[in-house]
Design a protein around this ligand. Sequence first.
Ligand SMILES: Cc1ncc(COP(=O)(O)O)c(C=O)c1O
Length: 282
Amino acid sequence: MRVLALLDGTLADPEAPLFRADDLGVMRGDGCFETILVVDRKPRELGPHLDRMERSARLLQMRLPERAAWERAGQAVIDAWPWDSEPEMALKLVCTRGIDGGDGTPHGFAMGMDVGSDTKRKRDSGVEVVTLDRGYAPDLMDRAPWLLLSAKTLSYAVNMAALREAESRGADDVIFTASEGTVLEGPTSTVVLAQGRKLLTTPPASGVLAGTTQGALFRAAEQAGWETEVVDFPTSALFESDGVWLASSIRRLTQVRAINGTSVKADDALHTEVVGLYESNY
Ligand SMILES: Cc1ncc(COP(=O)(O)O)c(C=O)c1O
């Protein structure tokens, strides 16, 4: 299922070509995007997603259409979505730098997609992951801003390659590690740990994307009296914690059950409690 809207709020045929062959998004993956969960017509964390898209565009030094255009296009998709049969939707906002050699006018669209059965199954059953080296030190972000670490760019080929590597090793997903062994993030998720009544995640300053799902979880957890900490931690902490999750808008909170073939603590009651904290936002 696909519903496509242009930034003027008009609907378009999702099966018809939309971009020119010389668009820089097509030719170089040059642009930024967001993926937002919409449940029963209500987008989750829309403001933080739009803030992050503006930040990505700033890091890319590209123009971004005004916020109202994204809100208009997103609403057009929401209004056209078949909510009775599909109560959840992944809303993608995509923006490219525009035509190669053009005047820098960005090109964008909003598209609604259904949430795959595989993603839903993993939310319930959990996942086995492998750790893969991302090949950079946590302080690289400051030293090399041109690498666009922490921006959500359209260049996700490396992230997708890592997921194929996990699959070839018989795992479902990946946790990237920095060159000195600290934990970064998943290719499409934030890593969250529980240690007693404390939740931990890696700081965006180490080059990871600031997750809106992790942000929502930590907000609710703090209100419920949990401690939260945003700090670098070693891979060994994954094995010593009371729970490990991959957090992202569409997967929500997916529990990690094993890492590199070794089981980690995955308590059902704690999982239910952590998911309940996140859901209490909505
Ligand atoms: C690299 C990366 N990290 C983290 C996340 C989680 O972000 P969010 O919770 O805002 O969806 C994503 C989402 O796709 C991602 O691609």
